[in-house]
Design a protein around this ligand. Structure first.
Ligand code: GTP
Length: 282
């Protein structure tokens, strides 16, 4: 996983690169994290993509709360944006991307045929998303074999290549990478909780405090069960203490090691020890 420093110059360059790629394609697959579908979007995406047909792909849906994901799909559809829950790692939902794309682009291609083009070219698509959202994994999944390297270095320009997805669809081999809205503190905390940004960027204890408060509010039963709590203490330090005592996160002298507690809780969240969690609701 890469940590990208998004300086204003980098942002301008990323935007320029995506804008260039947009000229080549018919449809955008906007990849977001199903657990945080708003925080994992680029703040300027609507402006940048503007009039291109688009499908929002709620990736890593295997890790998200299925009921909440359904609500998100309905939320986007209410705004006239097609949305689809997928799991790029196993391929769940991925076939539907092609079906939806065909439906969405049919009018455009029927027009081409009406103009006398007998054999229209393949439909062309671009995957766009913030770092670590699963772009390379999805490209590999759509390609059916390992073409794009996962963990590719972002921003390295090379000749544009098309990857065939069946007969009717082609995908640009390099995805569009855009930055998240990380000037917003809560967005940063959500990105860190889900592991989208490196743990060295934010204070680990701050992230765990945020995550635990969220769990206490929205998933109290799972929190109790995981850490064998009879009640969830109101006070966040007391909650850290309880979890630390139960799990043996101790420093010398028998004191609770809060960094260890934070690490443990975040690891548990990211490895689904508390089940499928969504950190954003419509
Ligand atoms: N559980 C789950 N994990 C996924 C899914 N898609 C991708 N991942 C994992 O998420 C991590 C990031 O995936 P990548 O495909 O490298 O993400 P990317 O968007 O190409 O990342 P950058 O190259 O940093 O821009 C990897 O560990 C993947 O295995 C998914 O649908 N479900």
């Amino acid at each position: 996983m890469m940590t990208i420093q998004w300086f204003p110059g980098h942002m301008a360059k990323a935007k320029r690169e995506v804008t260039e790629k947009l000229k080549l394609i018919d449809i955008v697959f906007e990849l977001v994290d199903a657990r945080i579908p708003i925080s994992s979007r680029n703040p300027l995406i609507d402006e940048i993509v503007a009039n291109k047909p688009r499908i929002i792909l709620l990736n890593k849906a295997d890790m998200a709360d299925p009921d909440i994901t359904k609500q998100w799909v309905a939320f986007f559809e209410k705004q006239n944006v097609l949305a689809l829950a997928i799991d790029s790692q196993t391929g769940t939902g991925v076939k539907q991307i092609v079906t939806l794309t065909k439906e969405l682009l049919r009018p455009k291609f029927e027009k081409m045929i009406a103009k006398g083009i007998k054999k229209p070219r393949a439909m062309r698509a671009l995957i766009i998303g913030i770092p670590n959202v699963g772009k390379s994994t999805l490209i590999n999944r759509l390609a059916g074999k390992h073409i794009a390297k996962t963990g590719d270095i972002p921003g390295v320009t090379k000749a544009q290549q098309w990857i065939k997805v069946g007969k009717e669809l082609e995908l640009l081999d390099t995805p569009g990478i855009l930055w998240p809205k990380f000037e917003d503190e809560e967005v940063g905390l959500k990105l860190a909780t889900t592991g989208a940004i490196k743990d060295t960027i934010l204070n680990l204890q701050d992230v765990a405090v945020y995550a635990l408060k969220f769990l206490a509010t929205y998933y109290p039963e799972r929190l109790k069960e995981r850490y064998s709590l009879v009640e969830i203490p109101e006070d966040i330090v007391a909650l850290f203490d309880e979890i630390g005592k139960k799990r043996g996160c101790l420093a010398s002298g028998g004191l609770i090691d809060y960094d260890k507690v934070a690490e443990l809780v975040l690891r548990d969240i990211r490895t689904e020890k508390l089940g499928r969690l969504s950190f954003e609701r419509p």
